[in-house]
Ligand binder design. Structure first.
Ligand SMILES: *[C@@H]1O[C@H](CO)[C@@H](O)[C@H](O)[C@H]1NC(C)=O
Ligand SMILES: *[C@@H]1O[C@H](CO)[C@@H](O)[C@H](O)[C@H]1NC(C)=O
Length: 376
C-alpha cells in the first residue's frame, strides 16, 4: 500500500508529529514556531514520594486530574519536583553514594508513564530535581554538594540513565537542576572571586533554610549535572530556578550567579551551563522589590537566554490578579509563566481553579509573545 497520499493529507490537516522544544537565541521554539510556556507548577502530589518504587501508580489519578485542568485551561507545560531531598529517589547507600534511581528499579517506567500521560494532553514536563528552599534531611543531598565523588555516583547511576531513557520523549520540556539554592546558601561570605562572594545575597534574605553551603560547591553541583545531561542529549534544555532576580541578573546591584561565566568558574566544565533562566517572583509585605519581574520587561535584565517566571501567585502578587500576572508575562517579553502550584490546598495560596483562570487568559494566544497551543 502506498502511504504517500495519507502522509500528505496528514500534514495538510496538521496531524504531523510536533517535534521537540528547543531554544533559538532568547526564545523557545516548537515545531518551527516561537512558543510561550504557559502553565503551572504541579509541583508534587506526595512531596518526594511521587516517582520510583512504583509510586506513580498511586499518585497517577491526581496527576491526571491536574494535567487535565491545565490542558482544559489552554496551558502547555508544568514543572514537577522529583528527588527534592532524596527521600525515595535516588537510592543512596549508607556511605552517601548513589547506587540507582530508586530501590526497585521502577523509576524510569514510572517517569515514562508520566510523560506519556502528559503527551496525551499536549503538556511539556519540566522535572525539577532538587530543592534548596526547605531542609528536613540535609545529609544525602549535602554529600552530593560537597563531595564530587558522591556527585559523580549520582550522575553515573541515576541522572545519566534517566536522561538516556527520556531524551527522545516529546513531552520532556527541560531539566531544572535545583529549586532556589538561595534557601540554603551561606549569605554574606566574602570572596575575592565575585561568583563565590555571597554578600549581595544578604539583602534578599538568602539562607532562610539554613546557612549550609558556600556558593562554589553549589554552583559546581548545578554545573556538573548540566554537563552530564548535555553529554547524553546535546539539545537538552537546562535551567535552575532562582528565588528572585537578585541572584540571576547583573542589574540594580544584583549578581548573576547562574551565568555561564560563574557556572564554568565553579565547575570547570565548558558545557556545564544553563540553556535558559528561570526565576520566582513573590511580594514581600504586599510589595514587589524594585527588580521584580512584574515591574520590568524581560529585556531589562540584559540576559543572554530565555527567561521564564517559573513561580508566582496572586496571593503574593502585590495586588495583581492571577489573570494580570499571566498577561504581564506574555506582554513583557518573558518566555513562560508557571503559577504556584496546581496541587494546592495550603493556607492562603491561590486555589487550583484560580490558577486555571490565569492560564486561561493566554488560551490560544499567538501574538508577539509566542504561540501557546502546541501539539506534541
Ligand atoms: C561541549 O558540547 C559540544 C556539543 O555537544 C561538544 O562538541 C564539545 O566537545 C563539548 N565540550 C566539552 C569540553 O565537553
Ligand atoms: C501563529 O502565528 C504564526 C505566524 O505568525 C503561524 O505560522 C502559526 O501557524 C500560528 N499558530 C497557530 C496555532 O495558529
Amino acid at each position: 500500500m502506498n502511504l504517500f497520499p495519507l502522509l500528505v493529507l496528514g500534514c495538510f490537516f496538521g496531524l504531523s508529529a510536533g517535534g521537540y522544544l528547543t531554544r533559538s537565541g532568547k526564545h523557545f521554539v516548537h515545531n518551527g514556531k516561537k512558543v510561550f510556556l504557559s502553565g503551572a507548577n504541579t509541583a508534587w502530589v506526595a512531596y518526594g514520594y511521587d516517582f520510583g518504587n512504583h509510586q506513580y501508580q498511586q499518585r497517577r489519578n491526581r496527576y491526571l486530574y491536574l494535567m487535565d485542568k491545565v490542558k482544559n485551561a489552554g496551558g502547555n507545560s508544568m514543572r514537577t519536583w522529583v528527588h527534592i531531598e532524596g527521600d525515595t529517589s535516588p537510592k543512596f547507600d549508607h556511605n552517601g553514594y548513589v547506587t540507582g534511581l530508586d530501590s526497585d528499579g521502577s523509576f524510569i517506567s514510572d517517569f515514562k508513564r508520566y510523560l506519556d500521560d502528559a503527551k496525551a494532553r499536549n503538556i511539556l514536563i519540566f522535572p525539577c530535581l532538587w530543592n534548596g528552599a526547605v531542609v528536613k534531611n540535609p545529609g544525602p543531598l549535602g554529600g552530593l554538594i560537597y563531595d564530587t565523588h558522591k556527585l559523580q555516583s549520582y550522575l553515573d547511576k541515576a541522572l545519566i540513565p534517566w536522561v538516556k531513557a527520556v531524551k527522545d520523549h516529546p513531552a520532556l520540556g527541560g531539566w531544572d537542576i535545583i529549586n532556589e539554592f538561595e534557601g540554603f546558601i551561606k549569605p554574606g561570605e566574602l570572596n575575592s572571586e565575585p561568583c563565590f562572594d555571597t554578600t549581595p545575597l544578604t539583602k534578599a534574605g538568602a539562607g532562610w533554610a539554613g546557612h549550609l553551603y558556600p556558593a562554589q560547591p553549589l554552583l559546581r553541583f548545578i554545573s556538573w549535572q548540566a554537563d552530564a545531561i548535555r553529554r547524553v542529549d546535546p539539545n537538552a534544555l537546562v535551567t535552575a530556578g532562582s528565588s528572585s532576580q537578585v541572584s540571576q541578573s547583573d542589574q540594580w546591584g544584583d549578581r548573576n550567579y547562574y551565568s555561564d561565566h560563574c557556572l564554568i568558574k565553579a565547575g570547570g566544565k565548558q558545557n556545564g551551563t544553563l540553556t535558559f533562566y528561570s526565576t520566582h517572583t513573590y511580594d514581600w509585605q504586599h510589595k514587589f522589590s524594585a527588580d521584580a519581574t512584574f515591574l520590568h520587561n524581560a529585556d531589562d535584565y540584559k540576559l543572554d537566554k530565555p527567561l521564564v517566571i517559573a513561580e508566582f501567585a496572586s496571593s503574593s502578587g502585590a495586588g495583581m490578579t492571577i489573570q494580570s500576572q499571566f498577561q504581564y508575562a506574555y506582554d513583557h517579553g518573558y518566555d513562560g509563566a508557571w503559577s504556584w502550584h496546581a496541587n494546592n490546598g495550603e493556607g492562603d495560596w491561590d486555589s487550583t481553579d484560580l490558577q486555571m483562570q490565569g492560564i486561561a487568559t493566554l488560551r490560544g494566544k499567538n501574538g508577539t509573545g509566542g504561540q501557546v497551543a502546541i501539539h506534541l
